[in-house]
Design a protein around this ligand. Structure first.
Ligand code: FES
Length: 187
């Protein structure tokens, strides 16, 4: 996560031009830069677009994709929709909570992961599903979690080390979360 840098915000503003209609695009790029929307950045956006800060905030709070608090470098989302729930998603969520030592909705102390839940990512046929950033992992087993986390550049959780011997070497990404149609899932 970067600390606030006015020049970085100005660069993003320049890229989008000064039309008010680009606000969502600007906020998306700022969030990519910082993992969240720093207050100073929002103030600068408001000044630059000549719109009240309250209006910028109302957009930030309306869309769930935006966060006003710092987030982890990687986003882990456990699907708790019906199909995933039936296939043991709650156990996977519990395992992640314990292994990462973070509560649902929280970010790990090292700032690497934010753990969240979602209701359905459209891949019900391969439940249970966990997404990490843009990748969806289907038919997931608890023992595979350590490998997935390690693949994002951090140490495998301690608890999972003993399970590794019997687990597949690497969990296979099922498909990206954006390929809902091919997955044939429903919401
Ligand atoms: S319920 Fe989990 S992908 Fe649909």
């Amino acid at each position: 996560m970067s600390s606030f840098n006015a020049a970085a915000v100005d660069r993003i503003m320049e890229k989008h031009g000064d039309a008010g209609g680009t606000l969502i695009g600007i906020l998306t790029d700022i969030q990519k830069e910082y993992t969240y929307l720093p207050r100073e950045a929002l103030r600068r956006v408001g000044e630059s677009l000549k719109i009240p800060l309250s209006q910028v905030f109302s957009v930030c709070t309306f869309y769930k994709i935006f966060s006003l608090a710092p987030r982890g470098k990687h986003s882990i989302k456990v699907c708790l929709g019906t199909a995933c729930h039936v296939k043991g998603a709650a156990l996977i969520l519990d395992r992640l909570r314990r292994d990462l030592a973070v509560a649902e909705g929280g970010t790990t102390k090292d700032g690497k992961f934010t753990l969240e839940t979602v209701r359905c990512v459209g891949c019900c046929s391969i439940a249970p599903v966990v997404t990490v950033d843009e990748t969806a992992y289907g038919r997931l087993k608890q023992e595979e979690l350590s490998g997935i986390i390690a693949s994002r550049g951090t140490e495998a959780p301690k608890r999972a080390k003993s399970a590794r011997a019997t687990a597949p070497k690497r969990a296979r990404p099922a498909r990206t979360a954006t390929t809902r149609q091919r997955a044939g899932g429903s919401r």
